[in-house]
Write a protein that binds this ligand. Structure first.
Ligand code: C5P
Length: 213
């Protein structure tokens, strides 16, 4: 199969040195890309800025902002059988970008923001037979929130994690996830390495694919 995976945060700059972003380390997405490649799939990884080495046998496309990531996903979507959106895409970006570094004295106390497009929703019309998987990083009502996103975003699979639990979520090598899908009961996985979680996700996608290898 051909996998398109996104990982890491996006950065939303408002001048050449300042940006809005989030705590995503990219580890979960890199683990998903590496696991898919190790299982013999062709993998393109669209990555926000992270401090990780490219996984072996994976083509990496580096991006910075949510709009860059959307454009890169749009460029690659036709060629893939499965899209796994692990990236923590910033929901908002500053309305104005200043080409020169803002002087402290010129900075307003408020930054005006505009919403970024939802990449999964934007790609939904081009889904066809592709498997779409997403992540839901929550701080409460985990299953309810994830189930809502599964339906709202038109996904086949959503991987839910409560980022407040020790050993789960951002900046750790482990995660505690529940895999929800449109055709099976939620699968609760125990605390596992992100590499092992990634294998479980890839296996689920392989089972769902119309023509699995
Ligand atoms: O709504 P929320 O951001 O929690 O949804 C998370 C899922 O949606 C993740 O799979 C993430 O990669 C994806 N997403 C997206 N475009 C955005 C924000 C999130 O595709 N602008």
């Amino acid at each position: 199969m051909k996998f398109l995976v996104t990982a890491g945060p996006t950065r939303e700059f408002f001048d050449p040195v300042r940006f809005l972003s989030n705590r995503s380390s990219g580890r979960m997405g890199y683990a998903v890309a590496a696991a898919a490649a190790a299982r013999g799939h062709e993998v393109v990884l669209i990555s926000g800025p992270v401090a990780l080495a490219p996984p072996p046998a994976v083509r990496v496309v580096n991006v910075v902002s949510a709009l860059d990531m959307l454009a890169a996903v749009e460029d690659e979507i036709e060629k893939c059988d499965a899209l796994v959106m692990c990236a923590a895409v910033a929901d908002w970006r500053p309305k104005v970008f200043s080409e020169s570094k803002l002087k402290k004295r010129d900075m307003a106390a408020r930054i005006e923001l505009v919403p970024n497009p939802d990449i999964l929703s934007a790609l939904r019309p081009r889904k066809g037979n592709r498997i779409f998987a997403g992540f839901a990083a929550e701080t409460g009502n985990l299953l309810e929130e994830a189930q809502g996103k599964l339906l709202r975003k038109g996904l086949d699979i959503i991987v839910a994690n409560d980022v407040t639990q020790p050993g789960a979520g951002f900046e750790t090598d482990t995660n505690i996830v529940t895999i929800l899908s449109t055709d099976a009961e939620p699968e609760h996985l125990p605390l596992m390495g992100k590499d092992a979680v990634a294998v479980r996700i890839i296996e689920r996608i392989e089972r769902k694919a119309p023509a699995a290898p």
